[in-house]
Write a protein that binds this ligand. Sequence first.
Ligand code: ZN
Length: 280
Amino acid sequence: MVPPLPASNDNEPWTPIALWCRAKGLPTPEIQAGSRAVKIGGITHYLGFEPTDQGGAICIHPLDRIKTFEPLTLAPTWPHPRILVLDPGHGGVQAGSRCLTGNRFEKEFTLDWALRLRPLLEAQGWTVHLTRTNDCELSLADRVRVAETQQAGLFISLHFNSSFPNTQAHGLETYCLTPCGLTSTTTRAYADDTTATFPNNQHDAANVVLARRIHRHLLGATGTADRGIRRARFMDVLRGQNRPAVLVEGGFLSNAEESQRINTPAYRQRLAEGVARALE
Ligand SMILES: [Zn+2]
């Protein structure tokens, strides 16, 4: 299958990525033909298309270069004023995933993470709004609306993962919206229309810069396994955003070892510290 390309990239050749990185002063990526997972500076990113081996040089789709590699040359820029919205996932009857150890649910842990994170960010000069501060139910549209109302410059949704009944999956995942023209890493049941654009696509570069910073600092703060920076279109809470927005999955509640860790306040404090450090 020939991957689709927006008109402006129709004639652009695939990029020999090791050469390109060297020219830009970036570390040599760990990349293989046929695998969309690539490690850049030790952090896993998922590409939209499988790299190919062209005469011994691993080459990537030009849109993967533009949407994943080129933003790595950018320094993060924080909004002025520093206003952000933290979104503790789920709430009320939407309990989220069940914790394998203890009769507890995702919604409790996401709220606790956000409440621990808020004072750390406030100490760094951020004005922080939470989409919820108690066990109430909120629609995904309500969560986006909070960011609009508060004129937030960033949006961070906090979740925990589950792959039940598979109890093996473990590690951290950070999501941002799939750029137009690329295929998503994760689709669930959503039709992954690669020609679709959403309001949040105007922040493609800032999204991946933010995702990478948060992901890297969370890995450092927790020592949890790296499941990569991923892209999805099905997440309503991301795609309607008029600001950089990411969704973090802070470990698997369906994995015995990780569910035990998530169940401890000490681990959730480390998750909060990891995100705070990313936003210094
Ligand atoms: Zn969730």
